[in-house]
Design a binder for this molecule. Structure first.
Ligand SMILES: Nc1ncnc2c1ncn2[C@@H]1O[C@H](COP(=O)(O)OP(=O)(O)OP(=O)(O)O)[C@@H](O)[C@H]1O
Ligand SMILES: [Mg+2]
Length: 241
């Protein structure tokens, strides 16, 4: 097991968004966490990435383990550098006044000095040819879909083997959603482990191997994607009947 979240309870001040949730991700899997607005999806991701407050909440009970060892004391930069986990945050958070290339370069801060990254840029431009065409363009002038590609590309430039994505399909036209999800599938086939947070449950479950349904800070259902797609409660609440 690569990542396990065990009976995790967290708080922001007096607000407790997670009430003892447990889930896990095996190496090479795509796992999705689906749920409505405010269910605690982003909170779960931020807890795993060990972001500093105020983004990340305080852990009051339970544990988060990477290959069986607690990472509650691991710094956010060590999560990227040593555990090779990279977050594609909600809303992308790219630097609009920098070019595409500069945004990608910034993400290499955690890499070894002098590492030859030419092939890695090539890999990203292979996955997203549009980024190559726009590489000298200021990022704020990219379309929403292109910005999302850049956010994924930037995470890949950290050299991650485990990608955590927070609602990557948000705001994208259907066609671009499918393109992005196809790219995620390809990355997974090349060995990338993926934890995908999504409100679009149908899209997420068609990509993922397994999933968990998060409902107001608790795991309400879990199973293989096929099991969840066939679960009457999940259908009714998240798949439009
Ligand atoms: N920094 C914060 N301080 C206080 N409360 C927070 C903070 N971040 C989130 N919350 C609260 O925690 C709960 C879970 O929020 P979270 O952002 O994890 O939900 P979500 O499932 O990602 O929702 P969405 O689909 O809208 O992104 C919400 O009630 C939210 O108001
Ligand atoms: Mg969220």
């Amino acid at each position: 097991m690569l990542l396990s979240v065990e009976n995790l309870e967290v708080k922001y001040g007096n607000i407790q968004p997670l009430h003892g949730i447990s889930f896990h991700v095996n190496e090479g899997e795509i796992v999705t966490l689906i749920g409505a607005n405010g269910a605690g999806k982003t909170t779960s991701l931020h807890s795993i990435c060990r972001l500093a407050p105020p983004e990340a909440p305080r852990v009051i009970a339970g544990d988060i383990k990477f290959r069986g060892e607690s990472i509650l004391k691991t710094s956010p930069s060590d999560v990227v550098k040593n555990l090779k986990m990279a977050l594609v945050p909600e809303g992308r958070h790219i630097f609009g006044n920098l070019t595409v290339m500069e945004n990608l370069e910034l993400a290499t801060y955690s890499r070894e000095k002098g590492a030859d990254l030419k092939q890695e840029y090539q890999r990203i431009f292979d996955l997203f040819p549009r980024l190559h065409e726009r590489r000298q363009q200021r990022s704020e002038s990219l379309s929403g879909g292109e910005q999302q590609m850049l956010a994924v590309g930037r995470a890949l430039m950290t050299g991650c083997t485990f990608l955590l994505l927070d609602e990557p399909s948000m705001g994208l036209a259907p066609r671009l959603k499918y393109d992005l999800f196809r790219t995620l599938k390809r990355l997974n086939e090349e060995g990338m482990t993926i934890l995908l947070i999504e409100q679009n449950a149908s899209l997420a479950l068609h990509l993922a191997h397994r999933g968990y349904v998060l409902d107001t800070g608790e795991i309400a259902a879990e199973g293989t994607s096929d099991e969840l797609l066939g679960n009457p409660d999940v259908k009714k609440a998240y798949l439009g009947g």
